[in-house]
Design a protein around this ligand. Structure first.
Ligand code: PAF
Length: 288
């Protein structure tokens, strides 16, 4: 089937077969391929990953697929912003191809395989969204294999997701290089996220303070305050801003996400938060 080029300045592949046919042409010419997996609603954070991809390989594929299997039934799958025309306009001239399959192409009738994860997938998001990473790992493995990518690039905002994907690719011997791109932030430091559009003006203002509290909590731990004391104080400040739920505010080993039993970081560490303001769940992280 020909690629859909009618409504955008960038070709769109809708099926695995179309994607593979285009990638095969590139491969025949000896070109390398990067994949930037996204769920669309693209912002500057995504575009920075595309720029990174452009520097690494000859060709760049951006996948746009709101993956149903990584949302729990009570989560925002149906409300998740879908902005395909705007996404295509943002990618024109930056990426070579959009891969935008529908759910039937990704998960045809009879689909019954899911990647099962332990270790780095278990704490933090794994505790609060127990089915999430199985959905992410399965779709990411499929996207990488479909695109036959040499490189796949993910944002560091989903720090644990990046760690889970690195582990999965190593464990399953998937021949791809995984790269992380730095978090892009708004002027007040709020981490860019497709979910920020859910915030009311007051919530948006409060959300802009989350990164400030993370930075100050990390600084107090670096100055010798025990982790539990610093994170307890940080959590109280987050609630005082108007957040109604904190799933976690923790300082963990940056690579394994293991806790620090001594109460102080003994290896490179990361502070990670997930908190809800009204119904919007925000996550963020930074080095300690
Ligand atoms: O980070 C995301 O947007 C998604 O989890 C991903 C990696 C595109 C898989 O659906």
């Amino acid at each position: 089937m020909p690629l859909d080029t009618t409504s955008h300045d960038i070709p769109v592949a809708r099926t695995a077969a179309d994607l593979r046919a285009t990638v095969a042409e590139w491969r025949k010419m000896g070109e390398t391929v990067a994949l930037v997996p996204t769920m669309g609603a693209l912002h500057e954070g995504h575009l920075s990953l595309v720029d990174l991809a452009r520097k690494k390989t000859d060709r760049v594929v951006v996948s746009v697929f709101v993956n149903p299997t990584q949302f729990a039934p009570h989560e925002d799958f149906s409300a998740y912003p879908r902005t395909e025309a705007a996404d295509a306009a943002r990618l024109a001239g930056k990426a070579d191809l959009i891969f935008a399959p529908d759910a039937g192409d990704m998960y045809p009738d009879g689909f019954s395989t899911t990647i099962s994860l332990t270790g780095v997938a278990e704490p933090l998001e794994g505790t609060f969204r127990p089915t999430h990473f199985a959905g992410v790992a399965t779709v990411v493995a499929k996207l990488i294999l479909r695109a036959q990518a040499d490189v796949a690039i993910f944002g560091e905002k989903d720090w644990q997701q990046l760690a889970v994907i690195r582990r999965m690719v190593a464990d399953l011997d998937i021949p791809v290089e995984i790269l992380g791109g730095p978090i892009m932030r708004e002027a007040d430091g709020l981490a860019m996220s497709s979910r920020n559009v859910y915030l009311t003006p007051d919530e948006r203002k409060a959300a802009g303070q989350l990164n400030v509290i993370l930075k100050e909590t990390a600084a107090s731990v670096s100055s010798g305050i025990p982790i539990t004391e610093a994170t307890r104080a940080g959590a109280a400040r987050i609630l005082a801003l108007g957040f109604n739920q904190i799933d976690y505010l923790e300082i963990r080993d940056a690579a394994s996400l293991a806790e620090f039993p001594s109460g102080h970081p003994t290896s490179p560490a990361r502070i990670l938060v997930a908190a809800k303001i009204s119904r919007t769940r925000l996550i963020d992280n930074m080095p300690v």
